[in-house]
Write a protein that binds this ligand. Structure first.
Ligand SMILES: [Zn+2]
Length: 410
């Protein structure tokens, strides 16, 4: 079975008319991890799992120390596509198969990881498995998380769709020598540049704000316009201020993708609005500046309209620069296959963000047709998938040759 058949097979797990729903430890996710373990074993690789639900397949090398690790995730967002995450896992598996078939001399093992719950679509923590692996979130904390259906993580892990029954459980989270993640771009930059391989410079840092706007609820027919304190009108100005902040600060993005109006009645002046802001950049100072501008403008809007606005910072994640040396290795591998390679930042979060905190980490991207992702029509051309796998295999091989044996350090 090749990468195309495997992606098509995984796409049937959790398939709905509107896309793929494969939240962590759902029947579909359990089946996907079982499929991965089965394919890896059939290829002759040793398979293990850890207490966060991550699954690893190992191609043996000359020594038995920390591996060069690649991989991605098998869970999806709700109504997701067939390539986000899944490609890095089965593409990684195929890269290992190609290395095994080439009879290349390896100095150490090479592993591919299927990280648990990257999307945070069932448990309220993104990059769950890789965050536990990198020691950024304690296992106690993760075990206490409740899924969106109320089931605690610890319970789901031991349930029928959690840990795989016939796969050995690893002690702890042993760190690798280095980590290389292959992923679809999920944006339009490669396609627009007509370049087929991209090397990630850094993964964007992020701030999430929760904004609450208090107005004066009232009758939509009787209250004159000049005496209103309409929470939604104030919110509309806040939304535009978010857009303006990102445009003016530059090299950043900011979005309001969630907004709730209450009481949400045609004949009532809105009394309250809650909205959420997501701001990102590979430059942490720019994200901080966006927040500062939003707060300043919101203060002015609140005073002018008589609608108190509260802003709470609910999530702050620093940008994760990729390792210079490993990035050069990945870039050289890409340049050996295509005439041009694009250096680009990743606006999306990835497991590589967590791994980058502990070991040298790099990422490579293949194009997403139309820039589409987190949607059923997400797609990458088969030839580009092949190219990505060849680039990954070449990078893994060079990394094994060039990087010191033993646990990687940053
Ligand atoms: Zn992903």
């Amino acid at each position: 079975m090749n990468v195309h058949a495997r992606l098509a097979d995984l796409a049937t797990l959790g398939a709905t008319p509107d896309g793929i729903d494969r939240g962590l430890f759902t029947p579909a996710d359990g089946a996907a991890r079982r499929r991965f373990a089965g394919w890896a074993r059939a290829a002759g690789f040793a398979v293990e799992q850890d207490r966060a639900g991550n699954v690893f397949a190992r191609l043996a090398g000359g020594t038995d120390g920390p591996p060069i690790l690649c991989g991605s995730h098998l869970d999806t967002v709700k109504q997701g596509g067939a390539y986000d995450g899944a490609f890095g896992v089965v593409g990684g598996l195929e890269a290992l198969e190609r290395l095994a078939a080439s009879a290349a001399e390896l100095r150490r093992p090479i592993e591919v990881a299927a990280w648990a719950g990257e999307e945070g679509s069932r448990f309220p923590l993104g990059c769950l498995g890789s965050s536990a692996f990198a020691g950024l979130t304690s296992l106690d904390e993760i075990e206490a998380l409740a899924g969106d259906d109320g089931e605690p993580f610890a319970h789901a892990l031991r349930g029928p769709h959690g840990l795989l029954a016939d796969v050995p459980l690893r002690d702890g989270f042993p760190a690798p020598s280095a980590y290389i993640e292959l992923h679809i771009e999920q944006g339009p930059l490669l396609e627009r540049a007509q370049v087929r391989l991209g090397v990630v410079t850094a993964i964007a840092g992020q701030r999430r704000l929760r904004v609450s706007i208090a107005g004066q609820q009232g009758h939509a027919g009787t209250i004159p316009m000049r005496w209103r304190a309409d929470a939604l009108c104030a919110a509309s100005e806040v939304v535009l201020a978010v857009e303006r902040a990102a445009l003016e600060v530059g090299e950043s993005v900011a979005t309001v993708g969630w907004l709730e109006v209450s009481p949400k009645q045609t004949n009532i002046v809105p009394g309250r609005v809650e909205l959420r802001v997501d701001a990102r950049s590979v430059d942490d100072d720019r994200v901080a500046e966006i927040e500062r501008r939003i707060r300043e403008t919101a203060g002015r809007i609140a005073r002018a309209r008589g609608t108190p606005i509260e802003i709470e910072l609910v999530e702050l994640r620093a940008a994760a620069p990729m390792d210079d040396r490993l990035r050069e290795i990945v870039r050289a591998a890409c340049e050996s296959l295509v005439p041009a390679v694009l250096d680009l930042p990743s606006g999306a979060g990835h497991d590589a963000m967590c791994l980058a905190q502990i070991v040298p980490t790099a990422m490579l991207f293949v194009p997403s047709i139309g820039g589409h992702s987190h949607i059923a029509l997400e797609k990458t051309a088969p030839d580009d998938l092949e190219l990505g796998i060849n680039a990954l295999a070449a990078a893994l091989l060079t990394a094994d040759r060039e990087l010191p044996l033993g646990r990687g350090t940053r």
